[in-house]
Design a protein around this ligand. Sequence first.
Ligand SMILES: C[S@@+](CC[C@H](N)C(=O)[O-])C[C@H]1O[C@@H](n2cnc3c(N)ncnc32)[C@H](O)[C@@H]1O
Length: 206
Amino acid sequence: MDSHAHWKSIYTIKDSNKVSWFQEHADTSLRIIQQNESDKNAHIIDVGAGASPLVDDLLLAGYKNLEVLDISSEALAITQERLGEDQTNIVWRNDNVLEEKLPRHHYDVWHDRAVFHFLTNEEDRNRYVKQVCHALKPNGKVIISTFGPDGPLKCSGLPIVRYNHDTLHNEFGAQFKLIEHGQEDHLTPDGSVQKFVYCFCKMVNN
Ligand SMILES: C[S@@+](CC[C@H](N)C(=O)[O-])C[C@H]1O[C@@H](n2cnc3c(N)ncnc32)[C@H](O)[C@@H]1O
């Protein structure tokens, strides 16, 4: 099954609040964005957002230029339905993050929770970082969260790469300055704990 078909079936078969990565609120991501991006007109993209409530909470917090990207149109439809009329205030992108034609130097904040870790080959990781460098404004900010060193070996049944903050930061290279990093115990809907790591970086040389 290719990646597109995999994610289509996940969001068709499973309730979006029963998937292992479900969060009622993306508290860590929201906190980092609110602490570091005071401009409510900032352009913020949530990459591989799935049905995450981050966009809902960013809207509530007053952010006006929000974009949501996911390979699964089914995931996007869940968030669109939840948002109702507010969905018209969001730019929706249904594509593979490695292939989507994103505007150059456009985003102030790039957010990714549990997507980068699916890139198990180096070529795809390089394409991803190129995409970030292309789309982010100079001095733009990146929040990336993946499974940590003690996290599961698979996510949604797919193999992943686990990182600590150093190895994750190294994937992005010297043009990204590491501002904050941390670990998070994520409690899944079935009650197990998944160890996540996150890095918050600023682009310093674009
Ligand atoms: C583990 S889920 C995480 C969802 C969300 N970020 C969250 O934290 O709730 C991974 C998401 O990334 C999407 N995805 C996986 N590979 C992708 C890719 N190459 N491009 C865009 N989206 C992708 C999937 O459809 C899925 O919604």
